[in-house]
Design a protein around this ligand. Structure first.
Ligand code: 13P
Ligand code: SF4
Length: 298
């Protein structure tokens, strides 16, 4: 009944639902596109819908608004923030730039529009290594805000990377002992983790991937059992896409509470009231778009 109402209103508003892989199962079920930050940004920029309902967290909806200023971008719950994105402010980034005036500024897409506007280029976990390798002339790279992703990238490049002390509070809950316990319980299983995990966790993994990379690996690899080190919402999609395989969370504690704020009721209300609109002020949007466009064009 609720889903039927949502679908009717979606049609009337010419809306699409962009849903991140960590969203609750019932929200994943109504997605037009389910994906990682990079994939959803690309779809936002190509869509001809009038309204984008972004079921994720604020930086994702902001990125859609940066790329598509003529569309109405809605978040069903305005409180769905990413705490990692709040760990770097514009003032702090400006101070860091002053300390390293020659450095190229690379900001993870998990940042505010204001921070993107202060950056030369953005990246996601899915393309961070490609983006760093594309910065051929850069002697130093300021990478904000995730120190674990920065460290992971630094192991794959010769470039000097200047870290910021940010991290994801959900991914740091995954501890090496959790992975070791699951490996002991499932000795045949492969281990895949998100590069937001601590390096001591990444070291124990067979592979590190963005959430879209995890979906691809789960489909294409021969492994029939996989231990997954990321936010637990990911398991819903992996199990649905691969019913013949077994997936185990590295840690049940890796929950992003902000990702769980979206409900079907809130999706319906957002379409009824056209709330909560995410709009980036034009001067910031134009500067932020330069950094996002550079990433999307790679
Ligand atoms: P992905 O881009 O891999 O989907 O990750 C986004 C995120 O917020 C991870 O915590
Ligand atoms: Fe932010 Fe971590 Fe939640 Fe991803 S899982 S949205 S990085 S707090």
């Amino acid at each position: 009944m609720l889903v039927k109402k949502i679908q009717e209103l979606k049609k009337k508003r010419n809306a699409i639902f962009l849903v991140h892989n960590y969203q609750p199962g019932e929200i994943q079920e109504i997605a037009d596109h389910l994906g990682d930050s990079l994939g959803l940004s690309r779809i936002a920029s190509q869509s001809d819908a009038d309204v984008i309902v972004f079921c994720g967290v604020r930086f994702m909806a902001e990125t859609a608004s940066i790329l598509c200023p003529d569309k109405t971008v809605l978040m069903p719950d305005i409180n769905a923030e990413c705490p990692m994105a709040e760990m770097i402010t514009v003032d702090a980034l400006r101070a860091l730039k002053k300390e390293h005036p020659e450095a190229v500024v690379l900001s993870y897409v998990n940042t505010s529009a204001e921070v993107k506007a202060e950056s030369d280029i953005c990246c996601t976990s899915g393309n961070a290594i490609n983006v760093v390798n594309s910065l051929k002339d850069a002697k130093e790279i300021i990478f904000v805000p995730d120190k674990y992703l920065a460290h992971y990238v630094s192991t794959k490049t010769d470039k000097k990377i200047i870290f910021w002390n940010g991290y994801c509070p959900s991914h740091v809950k995954i501890l090496p002992e959790h992975v070791l316990r699951q490996k002991k319980a499932h000795p045949e299983a492969k281990v895949i983790v998100h590069p937001e995990c601590m390096q001591s966790v990444i070291q124990l993994a067979d592979e590190a991937f963005s959430t879209a990379g995890m979906c691809k690996y789960a489909k294409e690899s021969d492994a029939s059992e996989i231990i997954v080190g990321t936010e637990v919402g990911m398991l819903y999609r992996l199990r649905k896409d691969n019913p013949q395989k077994k997936f185990y969370p590295a840690s049940e504690q890796a929950v992003c509470p902000n990702m769980k704020l979206t409900t079907l009721e809130k999706v319906l209300w957002s379409l009824e009231d056209m709330k909560h609109e995410i709009k980036v002020p034009e001067d910031i949007r134009v500067r932020a778009k330069r950094a996002v466009d550079k990433m999307v064009s790679l």
